[in-house]
Design a protein around this ligand. Sequence first.
Ligand code: KG4
Ligand code: ZN
Length: 359
Amino acid sequence: MRVLALETSCDETAAAVVDDQGNVLSDVVHSQIAIHAPYGGIIPELASRDHLRNAEYVVREALARAGIVDVSSVDGIAVTCRPGLVGALLVGVQVAKALAFATDLPFVGVDHLVGHLLAVRTIRPGSTNAVPAYPYLALLVSGGHTALYRVDGPLLTDIREIGATRDDAAGEAYDKTAKLLGLGYPGGPTIDRLAHDHEALAAGDRHDEEPFTLPMLRGFEFSFSGLKTQVAQRVAKQPEILKNPARIAALCAAFQEAMTRVLVQKLFLAAEAEDVTRVVIGGGVAANRGLRARILRVAKKRNVEAYLPDLASCTDNAAMIGYAGAMRLVRGERDTLALCAESRTSLPRTTRKGRGERV
Ligand code: KG4
Ligand code: ZN
């Protein structure tokens, strides 16, 4: 089964053709970073307008690169329908509905988070990555979400939240920290690069900054807003840091150390608690070099299998949506043209944002 998929939930306009084995036949991503960067964050109205400008182009390109001349020769259409910016989601949903109506092809909406959780199962040309069997423990770390899930299969009903962030998502904490260090938007990749460069220095050439207190070590929930505040307080006390690129890089390394230690520790503890021997990551922050290296190190020590998606499968893309859609379509699931875009995920959530202990 070949599925044409669209993804417009945030600031990437994407289309892909994927088969139900996870093979990525084409994957086209148009990034809006240049449009939002001057504002230091995503402007929803600008995102919707740019999706409108590019949706047709990415679909045509995805079909052409997969060698498909006539759209009706695919077997189904999938689209991200939640969670995300509703105005942005609506563009993809409407284009997908129009295509499904015109071709009479089966049509399904996909939860973006399910896409991220299954992204590790997509196989890109030339990739030698192994695909994990079920069940696996997944750490989803993106700009909008951070949570641990037990994944027993590819459908919504096969996925259970173990714990999520009570405040900032990991990517959000990266981006806000980068902003206060004057590193531009989106800051995650920049912090990652500076931390890596700092750690590559010889011990004698490098001056480490004092480590940050690890936030919320107990349980499976996360809290990252305090880590960002620790960075802000350090910079307020020592404003000279901001004038010294070597110290900024050292601070990025300390931030990344705290962030990745907490994420990785909880991922493996959750796997142990669930008696699962495979761990997986997904979402934009899963591209982080420090996080990937730490997971591989700990997995080896604990005799757990770690599966890391290709970098292109970490950040937003339509291939993961196509695969998640194919898993619904092969089981006979269908949505109608009455499908709505929604801002919230359809995965049941156990963590209450901004509240106290879960009861
Ligand atoms: O999954 P994604 O593309 O979009 C959402 O669904 O949110 O994730 C985007 C987030 C941004 O916050 C970005 O800064 C972060 O992923 N990110 C990274 C890295 N690459 C992207 N954060 C840390 N290190 C990276 N290498
Ligand atoms: Zn995402």
